[in-house]
Design a protein around this ligand. Sequence first.
Ligand SMILES: [Zn+2]
Length: 257
Amino acid sequence: MTHSFAELTSPEVQAAVEAGSMVLLPVGQTEEHGPHLPVATDTIIASRLSAAAAERLEGEIPTLVLPPISYGFSGRVMKKWAGTFCLSMETIIAVVREVCQSLADMGFRKIVIINGHGNHVGPMRVVVRQLADSHRIDVPAVSPAGMIEKKLAEIGKGGPGGSCHAGECETSLMLHLCPELVDMSKATDEDVLHLEGDFSSSEVFWSTWSRQASRTGVYGNPTVATAETGRQLFEAFVDRLVEFLRVYYKHELSEGS
Ligand SMILES: [Zn+2]
C-alpha cells in the first residue's frame, strides 16, 4: 500500500480517516547549504525520514506521509548565498497550522510535524500550542536533530562544533540518502563552529548566525562526513521516531485538556 497521501483519491483519503490513520507532515526549507549540498537538503531529510518511519510501521499503524512544506523561514543574512527563500515567521506558522487544521477538519486525529529545519524549532512549538488551544488536537512537532544528538556524539568525528548547518551530520545523511547530489570536492572545514562554554540548547538559545560569520554558508565540518556515518544516523533517527510514534498513536487526549 502506498504511504503517499498525494497519490490517494478522495475516497481513499476518506477511508484512511475511517481507518484511524496517522499523518506525518515533513516540514523542510529551501536554502543554501554551502557549496557541496543541494538547497533542498532539509526537505529531503524530513521527507525521507517520514517515509522510512511510515514503511517501518506498515501492518502496525496505518500511516500516511504528506507532500513536504518546502519553503519557510531563514534569516536575511542567508540571502548572501543564492538559493535561500525567506518567508516570514508568521507565514510559516500560519501555513503549517492551517495544513494541520485542514487535516483535522477531514477527521484525522493523529498528525505529526517532522521538522527538518533548525530555524523552525521555535515556530513549530508555536503551532503545537495554537492547535491545542484552537482545535483541541494534539499535534507534536519532532526535531530530528534532537533525536540523534546522542548517536552523533558517539560516532561523529567533527565534535560539537562540526554539525550545526551543512556540516558533518547533514552531509553524512545526504551521502547516505542521495550521494549523487553531494559534491565532496567542494566541502571545506573553514567554517567550523567555535562554541564557547558547554551550554546545551535546552539551557540557552543563541543564534549561530549572529555570533560567528560564515564564509561558505556552512557552520560545521562537512569534510569528515561519510555515508556510513549517515547510514547509522538515519537508522538511529528512524528507530527513535518510530518509538515515539507508537507512544503517540496509543495516547488518548485527556478529557480535561
Ligand atoms: Zn539544513
